[in-house]
Design a binder for this molecule. Structure first.
Ligand code: SF4
Length: 378
């Protein structure tokens, strides 16, 4: 008989772990302690656990490890960069198949936020985004998304044991709603109280406007925050920046945002990257206010970050733009401009070594906390 294709233990939900134990003749009661070791402690050496009872230890010995039924997702740190302000740390993580992704840890007033990737590359092709310029390579599995959070929790435990990872944003490489099922499974695990326990209201999913995903989140009453990258107030303005708008146009997207708000009763966050001469005029701001009328929306204005391959210029009209939206009754704030010197700012991630201060992989966990910034634009 052919042995089953190895699976990541991190890909399994709690009920699946119970099922695997039961199928091997081990009481499902052991699932709780195993789950805690995996998803709370971020344990990478399950054979070392003294809190496991003999039946679970035997199952681990038989079933988990290279060449066995299950493996653990433990991406190798290929590179690490620290921003000069000490607030952003970016990690280049190498996956089992050799592909790389980027993950960022950010500090805000003593609180830490993880920004994780959901795909290798991205199919959406936004013109201002380094990830989009890479093209799409593949989706991440739930375990590969979870492993990024576990990695950052281990870093914090080693360097700032008094700090907790409180917030999570899916604004790294990839379009989360293009990888819907894996993302939702990962978030169920990450928000579980016996796991990393990041509350659903502290988790933000950022989409460039995948309408079916927005409607599915509404229909399934997913408890996470939703941020939609709009960037344009007319079809022409938006499609010049976000090619996916040719598939789901502005009218359809705004209708989906309205449905989401009505069905869930939740506020929606509108992300707007300000690009001089492209989408920063007073007329555009007024048109945006008109489009969003009746929607409980908070608008985040994002300064354009430099990426090679995009010639856009950062806007200087941001405050005037903001005042028009505020006068129309919308909360409107600027996102902090962070991590730029290590290419960890919005739209800058592309799984490449940076030219910031880097440290070798083996030394990453031993560094003092210098924390982080934010990533992409979608
Ligand atoms: S901005 Fe987001 S959706 Fe657009 S290409 Fe970049 S990663 Fe993909």
């Amino acid at each position: 008989m052919t042995p089953p294709h190895p699976r990541s233990l991190h890909d399994l939900g709690f009920v699946e772990i119970e099922g695997e134990l039961r199928a091997a003749g081990v009481s499902a009661h052991h699932a709780k302690v195993l789950w805690r070791a995996l998803h709370h402690d971020g344990e990478l050496d399950l054979t070392s656990r003294e809190d496991f009872l003999p039946p679970l230890k035997r199952w681990i010995a038989n079933a988990v490890g290279e060449g066995k039924t299950f493996f653990l997702d433990a991406p190798e740190v290929a590179d690490e960069s620290h921003s000069s302000d000490g607030l952003t740390r970016k990690f280049l993580l190498r996956l089992r198949d050799g592909h790389s992704i980027e993950t960022v840890l950010m500090a805000y007033n003593g609180r830490h936020t993880a920004c994780v990737s959901t795909q290798v590359g991205c199919a959406m092709g936004c013109v201002f985004c380094a990830t989009g310029q890479m093209g799409f390579v593949r989706h991440l599995r739930p375990g590969e998304i979870i492993a990024q959070v576990l990695h950052l929790r281990r870093i914090l435990r080693a360097t700032r044991p008094e700090s907790r990872l409180r917030n999570l944003v899916l604004m790294g490489m990839g379009e989360p709603l293009h990888n819907y099922d894996a993302v939702m499974q990962a978030l169920d695990t990450i928000s579980s109280v016996r796991g990393a326990s990041i509350g659903p209201s502290k988790i933000s999913i950022s989409t460039v406007g995948v309408v079916p995903g927005i409607l599915r989140m509404a229909a399934e009453a997913r408890p996470y925050r939703l941020a939609v990258s709009l960037h344009g107030s007319t079809e022409a303005e938006r499609s010049a920046l976000v090619p996916v708008s040719n598939k789901w146009d502005l009218t359809e997207l705004i209708a989906a945002c309205r449905t989401y708000g009505t069905r869930t009763g939740k506020r929606i966050f509108i992300e707007w990257t300000l690009i001089a001469g492209s989408n920063d005029s007073a007329e555009t701001a007024a048109r945006l206010a008109g489009l969003l009328r009746g929607i409980d929306a908070h608008i985040n204005l994002i300064p354009l970050n430099p990426t090679s391959g995009f010639a856009g210029t950062p806007s200087t009209a941001g405050h005037a733009f903001q005042r028009i939206l505020q006068a129309a009754g919308f909360p409107c704030t600027f996102r902090q401009h962070r991590g730029i010197d290590v290419a960890a700012g919005c739209g800058q991630l592309r799984a490449a070594r940076t030219h910031g201060r880097s440290t070798p992989p083996s030394s990453s966990a031993g560094h003092s906390e210098r924390s982080s910034g934010v990533l992409k634009l979608a």
